[in-house]
Ligand binder design. Sequence first.
Ligand code: GDD
Ligand code: MN
Length: 381
Amino acid sequence: QDSVVPGELGDPAVRAAEVPEPGAVTIVVPTFNESANVRRLLQLITESVPARLPCEVVFVDDSTDDTPQVIREAAQDCPFPVTVLHREEPAGGLGGAVVEGIKAAGSDWIVVMDGDCQHPPSLVPDLVATGERANAGLVVASRYIKGGSRAGLAGSYRVAVSRGATWLTKALFPRRLHGISDPMSGFFAIRRSVVTAEVLQPLGYKILLELAVRSRPRQVTEVPFVFQDRFAGESKSTAREGLRFLRHLVGLRTASPVARMVVFGLIGATGFVPNLLGLYALTGLGMHYLPAEIVANQFGVAWNFLLIERLLFRDRRRHRRLWDRLCRFALLANADLVLRIPLIALLVGAFGMGVLPATALALVTTFVLRFIGTEALVYLP
Ligand code: GDD
Ligand code: MN
């Protein structure tokens, strides 16, 4: 980490003492190879922010190009402190960078914005003023309310993806995202006091979503903005970033054990496809249907294992080796099958239940037991 501030200030502690004016703002900018944009961004901030609101700028940089040096040079002409935190290990991507910046911020208000000039700096003082006026903890700059637009979102493909993702996300978190029309926005103001840094698990681009869901700011408001064209270069988002977003959604949605059980069940239900395909292939090859059932069941088990490893328990794999996890998982899945028949016999024979309700009860019971067993014996928290 290294800090660069015009004048002698370089130490964050000194810097924090420099910006405590009430209502001051720390502008946090994540950058990844934005050397052609950062000078322009600092110029735009210089023109439109300090006259209305005392500010400092914190860049959190994961670049492999000379972005930090360019920032350092441009900072010489800035009438406000500029800090560059360069990360050697870019954990969490864009979101991880923003959380680092928030931790280093010296002001009560933090505005997060992109480093490519797609977010107009002239709106920074308005975001903070709106937050103060509404006594809000979070102010979102939205493309989707009156006065806003997504002019800079190039191509109908990206527009469609963005719309679909916004819709899905709002459907998954109706309460937490109430009053937020643009949970995908990368431009927002947040009070430092509402950020619960300890519980955040940032993963990729959607840091606002992470904050809204896990830090749960009580009062939220929005300000419209026009998403500009990039000043230079291209978006750093990739297909890999799309997969990361899906994992982020699953991670956010499965914070509670009940939610995890539902996802576990949904994944389990998809296992019937490889199971049936396996059965079809094996009996087609002339295998007797009973051993084929047993083998085909392992196809379903393998499929479930793969999805559960990748999506549900991705962060809980380190406690055991892959083979250990696979054996335990397969054992539990087959025990489920073996246990079910005697359990049904018991419910029908000893408790006089009908066959159908007994089967339903046994299915639910062995499913819950399998989920609890998988959490406790395969993937330790
Ligand atoms: N430190 C760091 N680390 N910064 C990153 C990383 C990373 O891994 N990846 C991207 N950035 C920086 C970029 O350098 C840029 O300053 C900012 O994050 C946004 O990246 P872009 O690649 O320009 O994003 P975008 O324009 O495709 O997406 C923007 O708009 C979306 C809404 O359509 C972002 O604001 C998204 O968060 C937003 O959802
Ligand atoms: Mn961009």
